[in-house]
Write a protein that binds this ligand. Structure first.
Ligand code: MG
Length: 385
């Protein structure tokens, strides 16, 4: 049994880097860091990771400095993922790498941006942020002399690619096989997926309350919120409102995370996989919450969809984002000379499909504020939004 840098034993069902399926371009190991530590470090140092700082999670950057951005979201996902990984004997470094990279392919303006770009790309294979995250680490990052992208290990890439159509899977070789054979990814990948949901469900409640777009009375219809909230106000009747909210959200995350650890531990015992390949061959995912908590989490998600994500203020942002994304796309398509300087050979690729994909890659890589500046410069000069 190999051990992690944190000193905790790595379970047989975890991803062991000495048994990794390796990198596309083989590289000699280094003595000071494990392979998954190297992957995490490459992600942190890449340009797409830095740009997450100015990309919308739910609130556009100009709405205020207190809200989550895609960068702080990714850090929260990573914190939750790592805690659970260590508790279950999973590979902490791999979990961290996947969590930090999971949103690298997001467009500016959150889901509104992705939907607009997907629609613009409908005749050219569409646009999907999850697949784009893989494209960023496999192809788009320009960091190394000897290979394109970051040349990450198979297990990290497997975790980044959460979902994939059969058509796209067929083009991804070994990495796409699980979508065609209906197999599962390793436990670290399964965990990163749930850590993402736990993080955004809870921090969107916190941000939504802060913005005054949802209220405590509305939230009280949710059992999980109500239970934690009542515990806090009963125990600390003098506490100010802000601390009550923080303490409540903190308890909600803790409640779900503890359930996830306990329930997954039981499921691992029941399935008793001898290796990551047993995990991959198992008929369904092993990492998960108990039925009751899963339902509470679904209710939370539905609540956020019906209140926060469809709130007038978010909708206004969505409409504006949609307009900016479509305008930029058609501008670059009709005036390719604008991009030829920035994109290099890709802008002049004889295959139309490749030229259009280069435009989508360029727009997807933008931060919110860069997209807005570019829109003002090219499409509405003089508009001082
Ligand atoms: Mg996410």
């Amino acid at each position: 049994m190999t051990s992690q840098a944190s000193g905790l034993a790595l379970a047989p069902w975890a991803a062991h880097d000495d048994r990794s399926r390796g990198r596309v371009y083989p590289e000699p190991p280094v003595r000071s860091r494990s392979e998954f530590q190297r992957d995490r470090d490459r992600i942190i140092h890449c340009a797409a990771f830095r740009r997450l700082m100015y990309k919308t999670q739910v609130f556009v950057n100009y709405e205020g400095d207190m809200y989550r951005t895609r960068l702080t979201h990714s850090l929260e996902v990573s914190q939750i993922g790592r805690s659970v990984a260590v508790a279950l004997g999973l590979n902490e470094h791999l979990t961290e790498a996947i969590c930090l990279a999971h949103d690298l392919g997001h467009t500016p303006f959150g889901h509104a941006g992705q939907n607009a770009l997907n629609d613009c790309m409908k005749d050219y294979g569409g646009f999907e942020h999850n697949l784009q995250s893989l494209r960023v680490v496999d192809k788009l990052e320009e960091k190394y002399a000897e290979f394109p992208g970051l040349n990450l290990c198979f297990e990290t890439r497997e975790g980044i690619l959460k979902h994939c159509s059969r058509r796209n899977a067929a083009e991804l070789g070994e990495l796409g096989e699980r979508f065609l054979n209906r197999q599962q990814p390793g436990l670290e990948a399964q965990l990163a997926n749930l850590a993402d949901e736990i993080a955004y469900n809870n921090h969107d409640i916190d941000d939504g309350l802060r913005a005054g777009m949802i209220g405590v009375e509305q939230l009280s219809e949710l059992d999980i919120f109500n239970t934690c909230y009542q515990e806090v106000v009963d125990r600390y009747p003098e506490l100010n409102e802000r601390k009550v909210i923080h303490e409540t959200v903190r308890r909600m995350i803790n409640y779900v995370v503890c359930d996830l650890i306990e329930n997954t531990g039981k499921e691992i015992d029941r399935v008793s996989p001898a290796s990551i390949d047993d995990v991959r061959r198992h008929e369904k995912t092993i990492v998960g919450m108990s039925e009751g908590v899963r339902k509470a989490h679904r209710d939370l998600k539905r609540f956020l969809r019906q209140t926060l994500y469809s709130h007038e203020r978010v909708k206004r942002m969505t409409d504006q984002a949609d307009h900016i994304m479509r305008s930029l796309f058609s501008c670059y398509m009709s005036r390719p000379e604008i991009l030829s300087e920035r994109l290099g050979p890709a802008a002049g690729d004889p295959a139309e499909e490749n030229r259009v994909r280069a435009v989508a890659d360029y727009i997807a890589g933008m931060t919110d504020r860069f997209a807005m500046r570019e829109y003002e410069r090219l499409i509405e000069p003089g508009d001082d939004r």
